[in-house]
Design a binder for this molecule. Sequence first.
Ligand SMILES: [Zn+2]
Length: 667
Amino acid sequence: MPRLSLTAPEVATTTAAITTSLTTACANLSTATNPFSALATAYGSAAAASAGITVTALAGTDADARRAANAARATLRNAFDAVWTDPDVYAVLLAATDTPPADEEEARFRSSALALMLRLGAGLTGEHRLAAKDLQEKISAMTSQFDANLNGDTTAVEFSIAELDGVPDSLLPLLESRGDDRYAVPLKRPTLTPTLQHAKSSATRKALYRAANCQCLAENGPLVDDILAARAALATALGFDSHAHLKTSAETVRKPDAVYALMDSVAKGAKPKFEAEISALVELKATLIADGGLVADDDAEPAAVHPWDLSLLLREHKKRAFAVDDEQVKAYFEVSAVIAGVLALYEHVFGLAFERVADAPLAWHPDVAQPTHRHFFLDLYPRDGKYSHQCVVPLQPSFFDAVAGSQRLPSAVIMGNMTKPTPSAPALLRFFEVHTFVHEFGHIVHALCSRARFPLFSWAWSIVPWATGCGVEMDFLEVPSQALENWVYQPAVLARLGAHHVTGDPLPEDTVTALVAARHVAPGIRYTRQIAISAIDLIMHSGGPPFVYPPWGIAAHSVEDLVAQVYAHLGLPPPLPSTNFVASLFHFTSYSATYHSYLVSEVASADCFTLFAHNPLDQAQGSRFRELILAPGATVDATAMLAAFLARPVSVDAFFDSVGFTSSDSG
Ligand SMILES: [Zn+2]
């Protein structure tokens, strides 16, 4: 394990050393006895060596080093990518397929690496290669511009304090004060969402909704059209029917048709619940208008639910239907008890043993727990300058090091932002923090259980510069963690994670029931909206304009028109004319044609947990899960892993049961 805390000068020397090691490995590949094995070893070693850069960028304690490491990440990303876009490397690897592979895993690595290179254009020659490269560069520049426009947007919508009636006082300091009791609401999630949830005035919410759906439209609207055209041209140049075909080819779904079939089945299953929920919201709206909780000013159709009503109505609905007192629940989840409980839970069910290395040298900050065998670190608490979300970062991939002649063991870290205890007061976690920690620790166990002998098959995602997208399929990456999230809704498990921090009592039964009930608020509306975005994403990346999907009767002349037609097909309240949320959809650049991976993962993860339904602590199923789902990494297709674990193909039934949808078939 290399040192993980670097100074700014060390960032520079490490980056240069990694870049040189990769270019040297590529240049010498033609003289290697086994080019695939040589490339895998060089790539895995470079990946492991880059851990210090990633950790310093995300969590370093020195601001200069952090800045240097963040800049170095882009350089490293290009250096790792250059391996897979190099036509000379492709030619050497292709020639090496004349000799038989050592075993099944090497055979899979060979085909995965070559398929990855074909997707990136390394197999093209002459003017075809130049044309593809030109398109790749244009797409890269345009998507960066799209993101920069979005990140740099400072639009805020101004209202008088009267127009903001209903918004909690605690939100006002986050708004921009414009004097004379006037405030501007920035179109960022922490201010936009609560204002839409609380402002009583329909006119206020409608104005805000319109602004949010026009955000960056002038700059990003034309960019969306140009990016779609360039992605389509590149997909054609690479031999795919469309960008959607190219992207799904590396997912468990393999083809857009499989996604359409799933979306159709879930949309139909959700329909009765969706319609009942909309009717309930119509009634709730009338009640709120009558008692002054909602003011239908500028509302030509007060009897209908508009898109700008949804946030407020869903919040009210949740408050009325599922009363869970967050503060009361917190008292049962003291942070150190939760951490110990979650680790013990994973040890018990999966037959693992975690051992704290008490006298290991300091990692990068005193808060960070020290490594054990297959190393993991817990960097759980917020600090100035640290990564501000929650995630797991792989540090060293699992791979066979042909130079050292030994297997390198995987390691990973949780970058968390949990509530931190102080010497005088315990830290009490909100329920969602417990939920998140169980989820993130699932990624740790997934990463650490890997037995992959090729670094591409180890658990990784785009937070590290060496992730290629041809490892664990993107629509499977979250499945194990999502499946294990179900634990926090099982009384037997909750009893192991928390007790009242003063009395030691277990969480009361009725609180557990309320937490389970509050898990899915208006799932019909939630999943219908998710399907709408997935469908828009897939259809617009399948060719056109016109953007067509005949089974839904869709033929749209523009993205704006496509949004309106998909909403109409699914029965969602229509968007306002001359708006287009795609212009401010951050997934447009990072998740192109794969937004559906959320839905695909949820269906598979609900199904996986069915084998724990009778006993969430079942060790026999735990060891099967470890063996069949976690340990293979990407050495087996996820669809095959799931079929082996379930002893049948994945079905939507468990997902439907969990959210109360009706199944017309078991497709
Ligand atoms: Zn996750």
